[in-house]
Design a protein around this ligand. Structure first.
Ligand SMILES: Nc1ncnc2c1ncn2[C@@H]1O[C@H](COP(=O)(O)OP(=O)(O)OP(=O)(O)O)[C@@H](O)[C@H]1O
Length: 366
C-alpha cells in the first residue's frame, strides 16, 4: 500500500496544506520546528486514531482555531481508500472511512499500516519497561484487532479492580466481588500473554540474522519475554498478593508489568550494554518488525522515519537504506546530505518551512 496524498486544515502549525507522495522514498526536509514531524504525526493518526506524541487531541488543533481536519488517501492494491478525521475542541473526534463515519475507533485499525521509527525508538532498550510494553502494544494492536480488543478489556478491568482495591483499603476488609474481577483479568490477561509470546517468538526468528549482519557477524541477539506472570500462575499470584494490593491500592501482578530482555552474546544489554550496542539492537528490532509485518501482511506497510538517519553511523545508515526496497517511506530530516551521500533514489523531495510544504528540485535548487 502507499499513501497518495495528505491534506491538513488547521492542524498543528498548518492552516491548509496538501502533500502528494511518491510510492517510493519521500523526503521532507527543513529547519527545526517547521512542521516535519507534524506531517508524520498526522499520517500516524490516520493509521491508529492516536498521535504518537500526545494523548491530548486538543493540542493537534491549530492554536486560535476550534477544529482540525485531516484527510488521507491510501492506495491499496489499486483501490483508493479515504480516511477523514475531524478533531474538535472538546477532545472528541469524528472519523470516516470512504465518507462513512465509523462507530468504534478500532474500525480504523488495519486500513493504513504504518511502522514509525523515531530517535526515541533508539532508546527503547535503554529506557524503562513501560516503553518496551508500549512497543509491544502498539505493534500488536496494529497487527491484530483481537489483541486490541483484549488489551482494551484488560485495561478496563484492571482499572475497576484498582478502584475496588482502594475502596477495600478504606473499609479495611476483603470483599468477595474481587474474585469476579480476578477471573476476568486472568481471562483477558492470558490472551495478551499468549499473543505477546507468539510475537516475540516471531521476532526472534528474524532478529538474529539482521543483528548479526549489522554487527559484522560479531554479535548474537535474542529477545527474552520476561512475563510477570504465566498463564498457569496468574490467578494464584493475584490471590497471594491481594493483601499487598489492597495496602497499595493497585494490582501488582499481571501482563501490565511485563518486560522484554535483550541478550547480546548472552549478556543483558539493558543493564550491561554500551549505548552503541543498545542503539544497534533497537535498530535490529525495528528492522525485524518491518520484515515481520511485510511477511504477515498481503500488502506492504508504510515506513515513517522521523529524523532517524542522522542518529546512525554510516554503516547503519547504509543497512537501513538498503532495507527500504519496495516500501513507501516518508522521511523527515534537517538536511538531505545523508541521502545524497548514500545515493538514495528519491521519489519526492519537499521542503518544509513554517507550515508550508513545497516541492524541491535538487538539481535546479528551486
Ligand atoms: N496546535 C498547534 N498550533 C500551532 N502551532 C503548533 C501547534 N502544535 C505545534 N505547533 C508548532 O509546530 C512546530 C513544530 O513542528 P514539528 O514538531 O513538526 O517540527 P519539526 O519540523 O519536526 O522540527 P524538529 O526538526 O525540531 O523535530 C513548532 O513551531 C510548534 O510551535
Amino acid at each position: 500500500m502507499f499513501i497518495k496524498s495528505l491534506s491538513l486544515k488547521d492542524y498543528r502549525n498548518y492552516e491548509y496544506c496538501v502533500v502528494n507522495f511518491s510510492n517510493g522514498i519521500n523526503i521532507l526536509f527543513g529547519k527545526n520546528a517547521q512542521g516535519k514531524t507534524n506531517i508524520i504525526e498526522a499520517i500516524y493518526l490516520c493509521a491508529t486514531s492516536k498521535s504518537h506524541r500526545t494523548s491530548n487531541d486538543k493540542e493537534l488543533i491549530n492554536l486560535g482555531n476550534s477544529e482540525a481536519h485531516i484527510k488521507l488517501t491510501v492506495n491499496k492494491q489499486g483501490i483508493d481508500e479515504v480516511i477523514d478525521i475531524h478533531i474538535k475542541k472538546n477532545n472528541r473526534k469524528g472519523i470516516a472511512i470512504n465518507r462513512i463515519p465509523i462507530k468504534k475507533l478500532n474500525e480504523l485499525l488495519g486500513i493504513v499500516n504504518v511502522i514509525i521509527f523515531s530517535p526515541e525508538d533508539l532508546g527503547l532498550i535503554k529506557n524503562g519497561p513501560k516503553e518496551r510494553r508500549k512497543f509491544l502494544n502498539l505493534e500488536l494492536c496494529q497487527l491484530d484487532n483481537i489483541y486490541y480488543h483484549n488489551l482494551q478489556q484488560y485495561q478496563k478491568i484492571l482499572k475497576q479492580r484498582n478502584n475496588l482495591l482502594k475502596n477495600l483499603k478504606k473499609i479495611n476488609k476483603i470483599d468477595e466481588t474481587i474474585s469476579i474481577w480476578d477471573n476476568q483479568l486472568v481471562q483477558y490477561g492470558i490472551k495478551i500473554i499468549n499473543r505477546r509470546e507468539e510475537f516475540i517468538n516471531d521476532l526472534n526468528e528474524i532478529i538474529n540474522k539482521i543483528h548479526s549482519d549489522i554487527s559484522g557477524n560479531k554479535e548474537n541477539l535474542k529477545i527474552v519475554y520476561e512475563k510477570n506472570v504465566s498463564n498457569i500462575d496468574f490467578k494464584q499470584k493475584l490471590e497471594n498478593n491481594l493483601e499487598k494490593d489492597i495496602r497499595f491500592g493497585t494490582t501488582s501482578v499481571g501482563p501490565h508489568r511485563d518486560d522484554m530482555m535483550f541478550l547480546v552474546n548472552g549478556i543483558d544489554i539493558r543493564k550491561y550494554g554500551s549505548q552503541g550496542q543498545q542503539r544497534t539492537a533497537a535498530l535490529s528490532l525495528k528492522l525485524s518488525e518491518i520484515k515481520l509485518v511485510v511477511d504477515k501482511m498481503d500488502d506492504t506497510p508504510i515506513l515513517l522515519l522521523d529524523d532517524v538517519l542522522s542518529e546512525l553511523d554510516d554503516d547503519r545508515q547504509k543497512y537501513l537504506i538498503n532495507s527500504l526496497e519496495n516500501i513507501q517511506t516518508i522521511v523527515t530530516c534537517t538536511g538531505v546530505e545523508d541521502y545524497i551521500k548514500n545515493s538514495i533514489d528519491i521519489g519526492k523531495l519537499y521542503q518544509v518551512s513554517e507550515g508550508n510544504v513545497t516541492l524541491y528540485d535538487l538539481h535546479n535548487k528551486k
